[in-house]
Design a binder for this molecule. Structure first.
Ligand code: FES
Ligand code: FES
Length: 156
């Protein structure tokens, strides 16, 4: 079937089955491999993208369900205000270990910061609880989100 989806501001025409997961479309059809496959069952968060600004598991999102929604991936999150602050804090706090989960972590964290510029610890934990990190970078992730939120408070 023919679909047109909008990813990072660009419209892409696709000819795929309607139940094809967005994750496969991004990686295998569009060649955007920054979004990772972990579990395929909405259990790990590695595949997180934004759909209309909301952190969404692309592995269980069918292409037919997207319609005219705006998709943002890790490749373009640095162009958003919250994403830029999160990525800067991630580098300064040296959050990343193996890196596999980190696209999803950054997408969840930037969606949080965009909707709640000064999240509480509980809000951070709630927003990030679905993103699994086998390397155990959770404490650095939380510190980096707090640092990014502080920079929001400084008008940056
Ligand atoms: S690959 Fe989508 S949540 Fe694990
Ligand atoms: S940094 Fe290795 S799985 Fe998270």
């Amino acid at each position: 079937m023919a679909f047109a989806i909008k990813v990072n501001g660009n419209t892409h025409s696709l000819d795929v089955d309607g139940d094809t997961p967005l994750l496969w479309v991004l990686r295998d059809v569009l060649g955007m491999t920054g979004t990772k496959f972990g579990c395929g069952k909405a259990l790990c968060g590695a595949c997180t993208v934004h759909i209309n600004g909301v952190a969404t598991r692309s592995c269980i999102t069918s292409v037919s369900s997207i319609g005219k929604s705006q998709i943002t991936t890790i490749e373009a999150i640095g162009a958003t205000a919250a994403g830029a602050k999160i990525q800067k804090a991630w580098l300064e706090r040296e959050v990343v270990q193996c890196g596999y989960c980190q696209s999803g972590q950054i997408m969840s964290a930037s969606a949080l910061l965009a909707s709640k510029p000064h999240p509480t610890d509980a809000e951070i934990d709630a927003a990030m609880s679905g993103n699994i990190c086998r390397c155990g970078t959770y404490l650095r992730i939380r510190e980096a989100i707090k640092q990014a939120a502080q920079s929001s408070g400084q008008g940056g």
